[in-house]
Ligand binder design. Structure first.
Ligand code: ZN
Length: 240
């Protein structure tokens, strides 16, 4: 069965001075550019989750890799978008609807750094550039710890807000912290999302569970050769 790596990124930016934790969430603009070039060399087309759906469903064949960004940082627009455009790739950004134009309130205390999140206008610019906008809840909570009412609000309100913001259907979801269980998955399905990504490791298999896609995390610790190994070998699948 075809293996489709779904790459997970957060920041594409230099590691900020004063960062106390979660260095792995940063990939430098230079490294990101080399990683996209690597995809091309290896014969992969980089696609957003929406564009990759026919491949993930097993309805289309081709060598594709999915590119995802969690949280919706401004640096995605500044540093990643021009690189993606240069390669003719698309990508998904999972936005936190209650945090647009704000910053990473959920992990600022831990990282010691305030990282700006795209405004509604910047998110529209990302979408207008042919990129996909997915949902990452309203306030970046751990969904398994929400009661039923809060869970529904986090999932449904986020979808509605992002659809209103972008003027397009939002069909893709990503669980904050990868935190999900059967109840959370059911609520995401009922809200109308077709796909959801987790932080489970491994390459996706065409025809797999569309609401529990595994991903391949890429961090600033990875040398280019290590990224290549994760794309083309069973390395990540063994970590699943
Ligand atoms: Zn997140």
């Amino acid at each position: 069965m075809t293996a489709i790596p779904i790459l997970m990124y957060h920041h594409v930016a230099p590691v900020p001075s004063g960062l106390r934790a979660l260095r792995g969430l940063y990939v430098s603009p230079g490294a990101f550019s080399r990683q996209m070039r690597l995809l091309g060399w290896l014969g992969f087309r980089g696609l957003s989750m929406s564009d990759a759906m026919p491949y993930l469903r097993g309805e289309a064949r081709g060598k594709v890799a999915v590119i995802t960004f969690d949280d919706g940082y401004v640096d995605n627009l500044e540093h990643a978008l021009p690189v993606l455009q240069r390669h003719g790739f698309s990508a998904s950004c999972y936005a936190v609807s209650g945090a647009l134009g704000d910053y990473n309130r959920w992990d600022e205390a831990r990282t010691g750094v305030r990282a700006p999140i795209m405004t509604a206008m910047q998110l529209r610019a990302w979408r207008a550039a042919g990129m996909d906008v997915g949902a990452h809840t309203h306030s970046h909570v751990r969904l398994t710890q929400c009661d039923d009412a809060a869970l529904q609000r986090e999932v449904n309100d986020c979808r509605k807000a992002l659809q209103d913001c972008t003027g397009s259907p939002v069909t893709q979801f990503c669980y904050p912290y990868g935190d999900h269980d059967d109840r959370v998955v059911a609520s995401v399905r009922e809200a109308g999302f077709s796909d959801a990504t987790t932080t489970l490791r491994g390459r996706a298999r065409a025809g797999g569970d569309p609401l529990r896609w595994p991903r391949v995390p890429i961090s600033n610790r990875h040398l280019l050769a290590q990224v290549a190994v994760r794309l083309v070998s069973r390395y990540e699948d063994r970590h699943a």
